[in-house]
Design a protein around this ligand. Structure first.
Ligand SMILES: C[S@@+](CC[C@H](N)C(=O)[O-])C[C@H]1O[C@@H](n2cnc3c(N)ncnc32)[C@H](O)[C@@H]1O
Length: 256
C-alpha cells in the first residue's frame, strides 16, 4: 500500500489493490490510518521496549495501560491474572491500581521468571499484591495453581500476554476463561501481529498464526463471551477506536 501524506493540500491518499482513496488529513479516518501506520513503525522500532512503571520495565503501549486502567476502575477485580511476566512491569502496574483502589491482587504466570526479575519483583514496594507462578501457562499444573489462588465468587480479570501463537493463545483462552466473572474480561493481547507480517521485524506466518485467529475460534465455541472494545468513560471527540496493540483482544463475559 502507498500512503501519501500531503501537508500542503491537507490530504492523505491511500493506494493499493487497484484502489485509491483520498481523505482529509484532519479527519477521524486519517487519524485511524496514520495510527495504524504509526503502530507498525513503532513496533518495528521497539517503541514498547522503552517504558517502565514504578521502576520495572513494562512492555506495553502506554495507551493500552490507560485503557486497562479504565476497565479496572469500572470492574474492580479482586484478582487480576496475567500470563507473561517478563520484567514484571505490567504486574507492578496492575498492583499499583489495586493499591490505589484498596481492592484486588495480581497473579503473574511465566514459563521462566529470571532470577534478577524475580528478585526485583519480590523486593518491590508493591510485592505484597503480587503472587508469581512459574510454569507453562497452559500446563495443567500451572492452571491448577492459578485457579487455587482465586477464591470462588471473586471478580476476576485475565490478561494473556505470554506466547502469542494462535495455538498457545487458544489453549490459554480455554484454560482461563472460566475464571472470568460476568461483566469482566479476558484480554488476548497483541492482535496487532496480523498487521505486522509485512514489516521488517515481522514474520509472514503472523497473517494467520496470531492471537486474532485464536479469538475467532474461541468465540465460535463460547457464546458466553462477546468481542468488545470497552467503552471509553470519557470522550469529547468523535473518535471511537483504541490506538492499541490489543486489537480485537477484549472479550467480555456476558453470562456464567
Ligand atoms: C511479552 S512478554 C510479557 C510482558 C509483560 N506482560 C509486560 O507487560 O511487561 C512475554 C513473556 O511470556 C513468557 N512466556 C512465553 N511462553 C510462555 C508460556 N508458554 N507460558 C508462560 N509464559 C510464557 C516469556 O517468558 C516472556 O516473559
Amino acid at each position: 500500500m502507498r500512503l501519501i501524506l500531503d501537508t500542503d493540500a491537507r490530504t492523505l491518499v491511500t493506494e493499493g489493490d487497484g484502489e485509491r482513496h483520498l481523505v482529509d488529513l484532519y479527519s477521524d479516518k486519517a487519524f485511524e490510518l496514520l495510527s495504524l501506520h504509526w503502530l507498525q513503525v513503532g513496533w518495528n522500532q521497539k517503541y514498547t521496549y522503552t517504558f517502565s512503571w514504578l521502576g520495572r520495565p513494562v512492555v506495553q503501549l502506554p495507551e493500552d495501560l490507560i485503557r486497562i486502567q479504565e476497565v479496572v476502575w469500572r470492574v474492580r477485580p479482586d484478582v487480576i491474572v496475567e500470563t507473561g511476566v517478563a520484567h514484571g512491569g505490567s504486574l507492578v502496574f496492575s498492583a499499583s491500581l489495586c493499591r490505589l483502589l484498596g481492592r484486588g491482587r495480581v497473579i503473574g504466570v511465566d514459563i521462566e521468571i529470571r532470577s534478577d526479575n524475580r528478585k526485583a519483583i519480590e523486593a518491590h514496594p508493591l510485592s505484597s499484591f503480587i503472587t508469581l507462578v512459574e510454569g507453562d501457562s497452559v500446563a495443567s499444573e500451572t492452571v491448577a495453581a492459578v485457579k487455587a489462588l482465586a477464591a470462588p465468587g471473586q471478580t476476576v480479570l485475565v490478561l494473556l500476554d505470554s506466547c502469542h501463537t494462535k495455538d498457545h493463545v487458544l489453549k490459554e483462552l480455554e484454560a482461563y476463561h472460566d475464571l472470568v466473572t460476568p461483566g469482566s474480561y479476558i484480554v488476548a493481547t497483541d492482535g496487532i501481529m496480523k498487521h505486522l507480517a509485512g514489516v521488517p521485524r515481522g514474520r509472514p506466518e503472523w497473517r494467520w498464526d496470531q492471537p486474532g485467529n485464536a479469538v475467532e475460534e474461541f468465540l465460535a465455541r463460547h457464546p458466553e463471551f462477546v468481542q468488545e472494545q470497552p467503552s471509553w468513560p470519557f470522550n469529547e471527540s468523535n473518535l471511537r477506536l483504541n490506538v492499541t496493540h490489543w486489537m480485537g483482544g477484549w472479550l467480555r463475559r456476558l453470562s456464567a
